[in-house]
Ligand binder design. Sequence first.
Ligand code: G6P
Length: 611
Amino acid sequence: MCGIVGAIAERNITAILVEGLKRLEYRGYDSAGVAVFTNDGDLDRRRRVGKVAGLDQALAEQPLAGRLGIAHTRWATHGAPSEHNAHPHFSGDQLAVVHNGIIENYEALREQLKGLGYVFTSDTDTEVIVHLLHHKLKTDTDLADALKSAVAELHGAYGLAVISASQPDRLLAARSGSPLVIGLGLGENFLASDQLALRQVTDRFIYLEEGDIAEIRRDSVQIWDQQGCAVQREQVQYHEGAEAADKGEYRHFMLKEIHEQPKVVQRTLEGRLGTDHVLVNAFGPRAAELFAKVRNVQIVACGTSYHAGMVARYWLEDLAGIPCQIEVASEFRYRKVVVQPDTLFVTISQSGETADTLAALRNAKELGYLTSLAICNVGTSSLVRESDLTLLTQAGPEIGVASTKAFTTQLVGLMLLTLSLGQVRGTLDAGVEAHLVEELRRLPTRLGEALAMDKTVEKVAELFAEKHHTLFLGRGAQYPVAMEGSLKLKEISYIHAEAYPAGELKHGPLALVDSDMPVVTVAPNNELVEKLKSNLQEVRARGGELIVFADREAGIDNGVGTHVVAMPHIDDSLAPILYTIPLQLLSYYVAVLKGTDVDQPRNLAKSVTVE
Ligand code: G6P
């Protein structure tokens, strides 16, 4: 999704801006641009459709040098990906703006500004901001005052960066609904929509809060809150090594991240397990007191995180005996919800900035939930800051757009939640908890064993290279695992994939099965395996080709049209985590065979900060 980088320094900042954009590439975008207040005293820009490399090339041909600038990667919402729609947008030759988010009242503002004589050169909602600001500067000559007055007229979501050729000693920023972070240097300061963009230049950051406006100069930062009062925001020192933005020995970030899973699952468990029980205060000092009151759970999330929530519903009802509902955030936020008394509201998100999930949390706060819990991978995110309780997954930065290690660490977090709720409410037998704690300790080793099947899965992927449709089947908690497997395949290989609970096969999808439609199944050795075997027979009887990831003891054998990949044995409760691994590898190798852009699949974004 869109990315912002800004800089004010005594040195030439163009390369810093472009490097920042490159670090945000993983989020997905369709065009990129940079505007600089040049050493000649003009505001100038370069914009290109496509990759940042294209912008880099344009800058090599026509260099831009200056000490103040803003840059942007765009993911089209209003207006097609094109050079004239790419940011930065200008008003005259004095003012430039980059914007993340969506301005909902842009049509009314556009008409109003056209009436004032402004000529629009793009189809974007963003362009109204820069002209509105230009108009405000006619009466409020100070850039910060004009910006305060302009944003008061904007409805919707924005993270903004502004520069003006007539006030080149400052970079302005405004945040409402779209994250922004200031990077603090020595005699130079920076701005970005994600601190990852600035780790090359600093490790000290200030996160802007909702409604904040900031004036960033070379040697000072001034912030005003929503009410216009000057405020001090905390400085945060970032510690983690920058190794995350490096593919290391792997061909793609996705493969690197798949292989990191034993390590990050281990990290997510660290400090959270006692000898035979989960440490409930891992969810915060008030967690035990609040969890004791919980009678229902409502989970809300998007995409892969939603699938993690679906697995958790099986766990919460089965192990902890708590009724659980789960819904995608974009649906939940727009319907009238009947809230059961004493319901825990849980959001799950890798980024913590997904617009629909955040909006759902904000709505939930008005609806009388007992309390809110975020299971999230980014400690500084809006979701974490706005939730009462938090469990941070320790996946580290995830760069591949298709989520992998974030998903398995979310599942670990949700298992910790299940055990904690069962423990505090007395609905989970202590012996069962002790057994599962032991199994969790062994999980990183089991995941390592599943990853060792890498080459076998690579071979299986060859069965898919020429196919156009696939079916994924699972039963019980493996049904959401099948959904996640099918999402991975469609995201990165563009093969149409659908997931069904295996028992539903006969109610429709069986009509599609023939030798051109591979059917992928996950089959742990549990009480549903015999039923699953019958479903597999139904597929074979129609000539369908089966790929089955099966427990060694499940009694499913290789045969004509049936390819079985033997999986290590694991406790059934943790099987969804283990069986996710071969499905991730399968999608990865199919995509590699098809030659798609694995880490940045077409049309998708890593962090969806607009509706
Ligand atoms: C996008 C990403 C998905 C992700 C979803 C939810 O669609 O491409 O990988 O699952 O957003 O993101 P979140 O950060 O809230 O988990």
